[in-house]
Design a protein around this ligand. Structure first.
Ligand code: GCB
Length: 604
C-alpha cells in the first residue's frame, strides 16, 4: 500500500511538473535542432495503443506494457506477439496536418500516433527541451517510453525538459494526437473552419545551460515613450550568477542588472532617439541579452499603442486600421506554417492596401507574426473562444486562459501585435460576461501595453444597428461582425442604416462580407457571383463610412478557406467562399473595390 502510494505520488508529481513547465520564448534565436521532416504514424481510432483491452491506461501503469505504442517495442524473437510497428507504418511530413496530406484521413477526427527517432549528443552541464509549436488538439507526449505530459489547445506552443531521458543514440519521441471535438473544449464542437489534426507546427530541440534566460519582455514603457522597460526571467536561477546585460547597440544602450532571488530582474532603461516602429517604418532593433556569457539575440520594434476617447493612437498619432481577416490555411488547403505560406498571405494583404491584419480565430504560427513585424503590418491576435464555449465551466475557462497566456508569452515582444482579442461572436449571458472580463483582466496583468478587444454581435431594430454589449466596458476597442446583404438585410437599404453605440471608444468592423465563386459571373443580385460580392462590398462600405467612432475594419476574408459547414455542390464544395481571393489565387472583383477604398483612405 505504502509503495503504491509513493508510486502514485511520484506519478502525479512528475506529470504535474511536466504540465507546468514554463514556456520558453524566442525559440527561433536559440541553439536548436529541428525534428521536422518525415515521421511515422499509426492511425488508432480505438486507442489500442493507449488502453488495455479492459480499458486501463497504459501510461498510468508502473511498468507500461510493450503493447503501449509509446513503448515503440520491437519483437525480440519470431514467436513474440507485437501488433504494431512504427518503422513499418506509413510516413507523413511534420509539420503538417493529416487531413490534407493523406486522402483517407480528409475527414478523420480521432487518434493518430506519431514517432520520430533521433540521436543527440548532450554534453554534461547542458539541458535539453522538446518544444512543440502546436498540435491540434490534444497531445500525449513520450520520449523513450517515458511520459512527458499532456497538452490541450490546438494553436499554442509548449515544451518539456528531457535532459535526464535523452540518450546519445536511438531516441524515440512518440506523440499521440487526438483531434476529437468536445463541447467543453476551446474551441467547442461547432466552428466554421476545418478541424485539421496533427502536429501542425515545428518540433524543435532546444539546448540550454543549467541556468538560462527563459523569457523576457523588452518593450517601450506604456507611460513613458523615453523608457524601455520589462523583465528578464531566469530558469533555474543560481544566486552565484546573477548578472544580466541588455545591449541595443543602435540606441547605445548597455544595461547591466542583477537578478533577484525570484529569478527575475525588472528594468527601466532611459532611451533617446528611438525610431518608432510603424507600418511606414517597421524598424526592428537588434537586442542582445547576455546571461553568464551566453547571448540571446532578438529583433525588437518599439512603439506605443493606446486609445484616447474614440481614437487609436500609434506613437501618439491617430491611425485608421486598414485591415483584412486571415485564416491560417495554405494554398493546398491545409494548415499554413512556413515562412513561404506567411509571405503569400501577407503580400496579398499589402497588395490590398492593408496596414493591419486580423489573424482569426486562434493564435497563428510564429512565422507569420515575425513576418508581420518585418513588413510593418499591425496584428490582431485572437484565442478560439468562438461562438458557444462552456462559459459556466471552470476547466473551460482555465483552458482558454492557458491558451491566452501561451500566446502572450510567445508574442509579447512583437511590436506588430497591437490587439489581444478575447473572443468571437459569443452569446451574451452573465457567465459569458464574467468569462471575458476575467480573460481581459488576466491579459492586462501579463501585458498592459496593448489594447484588448473581442468581436461582438450587434442588435438591430428601429432602423439602427446597436452596439451595446455589456462586455464593451472591459474592452479598449469595440469590434463587431455584421453581414448586411448576406445573412440578412437588404443591400439597397445600406445607406439608410445608422449605427449607434453607448461607448465613446474606437469602433472596428471586425467582419463583413459574402460568398462569391471566383469566375462565376451574373447580375449584382445573383448570389454566389463575383458581381453580387462586389455590390455587397460597395453597399456595405457606404454604410460603414457612417459608423460613429469608426477606427478600422477587417473584412471577412482574404482567401477562401475550407469548412465542413459549406456544402453547396458546384459552388462551395466545402469552402467558405467569402475570400476576396480564391484558394487557387484568383482575385475576385470585390478585391479591387476594397483596394480602391483603402487607397482613398490613405489620401484622407
Ligand atoms: C462569422 C464568423 C466567421 C465565419 C463567418 C461566415 O461571423 O466569425 O468565423 O466564417 O461569419 O462566413 O459566416
Amino acid at each position: 500500500m505504502k509503495k503504491l502510494l509513493i508510486t502514485l505520488l511520484l506519478t502525479f508529481s512528475i506529470l504535474g511538473q511536466a504540465q507546468n513547465q514554463n514556456l520558453i520564448s524566442n525559440v527561433p534565436n536559440r541553439h536548436t535542432t529541428s525534428l521536422n521532416g518525415v515521421w511515422n504514424y499509426i492511425v488508432d481510432p480505438y486507442e489500442t495503443g493507449y488502453y488495455s483491452f479492459h480499458h486501463d491506461v497504459y501510461d498510468k501503469q508502473e511498468k507500461p506494457s510493450k503493447a503501449a505504442y509509446f513503448s515503440n517495442y520491437h519483437a525480440v524473437n519470431k514467436q513474440e506477439l507485437v501488433e504494431y510497428d512504427f518503422d513499418k507504418s506509413p510516413k507523413i511530413n511534420i509539420p503538417g496536418d493529416w487531413n490534407s496530406q493523406v486522402p483517407e484521413l480528409k475527414y478523420y477526427e480521432g487518434n493518430v500516433w506519431f514517432k520520430k527517432s533521433f540521436d543527440y549528443d548532450l554534453k554534461t552541464q547542458k539541458r535539453l527541451f522538446v518544444y512543440i509549436g502546436a498540435i491540434n488538439y490534444k497531445a500525449d507526449v513520450y520520449l523513450n517510453g517515458k511520459k512527458l505530459g499532456t497538452h490541450e489547445g490546438g494553436f499554442t506552443p509548449f515544451n518539456y525538459e528531457v535532459t535526464s531521458i535523452v540518450k546519445p543514440k536511438d531516441n524515440y519521441l512518440v506523440i499521440k494526437v487526438d483531434n476529437t471535438r468536445h463541447k467543453e473544449d476551446v474551441p467547442t464542437l461547432n466552428t466554421d473552419w476545418w478541424n485539421y489534426g496533427g502536429i501542425t507546427r515545428d518540433v524543435t530541440l532546444i539546448e540550454e545551460s543549467a541556468s538560462f534566460v527563459e523569457d523576457y519582455t523588452i518593450q517601450l514603457d506604456k507611460k513613458d515613450k523615453n523608457k524601455i522597460s520589462g523583465f528578464v526571467k531566469i530558469n533555474n536561477f543560481n544566486p552565484a550568477q546573477n548578472a544580466v546585460a541588455i545591449a541595443i547597440p543602435e540606441l547605445k544602450i548597455n544595461y547591466k542588472g542583477k537578478v533577484g532571488a525570484d529569478g527575475i530582474v525588472k528594468f527601466e532603461i532611459p532611451s533617446k532617439n528611438v525610431s518608432y516602429w510603424s507600418p511606414e517604418n517597421p524598424k526592428l532593433y537588434e537586442v542582445t541579452i547576455d546571461f553568464n556569457g551566453e547571448k540571446l539575440k532578438d529583433n525588437i520594434g518599439f512603439r506605443t499603442i493606446e486609445t484616447q476617447e474614440d481614437k487609436i493612437l500609434l506613437n501618439g498619432k491617430q491611425i485608421f486600421l486598414r485591415g483584412i481577416s486571415i485564416h491560417e490555411e495554405n494554398a493546398k488547403g491545409g494548415r499554413a506554417n512556413s515562412e513561404e505560406d506567411a509571405l503569400r498571405l501577407l503580400n496579398w494583404a499589402k497588395e490590398l492596401g492593408c496596414n493591419y491584419v486580423r489573424l482569426a480565430h486562434y493564435p497563428h504560427n510564429e512565422n507569420i507574426i515575425r513576418l508581420a513585424d518585418k513588413l510593418g503590418l499591425m496584428v490582431w491576435e485572437e484565442i478560439p473562444v468562438y461562438w458557444t464555449v462552456e462559459f459556466t465551466r471552470k476547466e473551460t475557462y482555465n483552458n482558454a486562459q492557458n491558451q491566452l497566456t501561451a500566446a502572450i508569452t510567445r508574442d509579447k515582444n512583437r511590436a506588430c501585435i497591437i490587439i489581444w482579442s478575447m473572443a468571437n461572436e459569443t452569446p451574451v449571458s452573465d457567465a459569458r460576461n464574467n468569462f471575458i472580463k476575467n480573460l481581459a483582466e488576466h491579459t492586462k496583468s501579463l501585458d498592459n501595453t496593448r489594447l484588448i478587444s473581442a468581436a461582438l454581435l450587434t442588435q438591430s431594430g428601429d432602423g439602427f444597428g446597436t452596439i451595446n454589449d455589456e462586455i464593451g466596458q472591459y474592452l479598449d476597442i469595440i469590434a463587431f461582425n455584421q453581414y448586411l446583404g448576406w445573412y440578412g438585410g437588404n443591400l439597397e437599404d445600406a445607406e439608410k442604416i445608422l449605427w449607434k453605440t453607448k461607448y465613446n471608444k474606437p469602433v472596428i468592423v471586425s467582419e463583413f462580407g459574402g460568398d462569391a465563386k471566383a469566375g462565376l459571373h451574373g447580375e449584382k443580385n445573383e448570389r454566389w457571383t463575383e458581381e453580387y460580392q462586389e455590390y455587397l462590398y460597395i453597399q456595405n462600405l457606404k454604410m460603414i463610412e457612417k459608423i460613429p467612432h469608426l477606427s478600422g475594419l477587417s473584412p471577412w476574408i482574404l482567401v477562401d478557406f475550407r469548412s465542413p459547414r459549406r456544402l453547396l455542390p458546384g459552388i462551395q464544395d466545402e469552402y467558405n467562399r467569402k475570400g476576396l481571393i480564391s484558394n487557387d489565387g484568383q482575385k475576385k472583383k470585390a478585391f479591387y473595390i476594397m483596394q480602391d477604398w483603402y487607397k482613398k483612405k490613405i489620401k484622407d
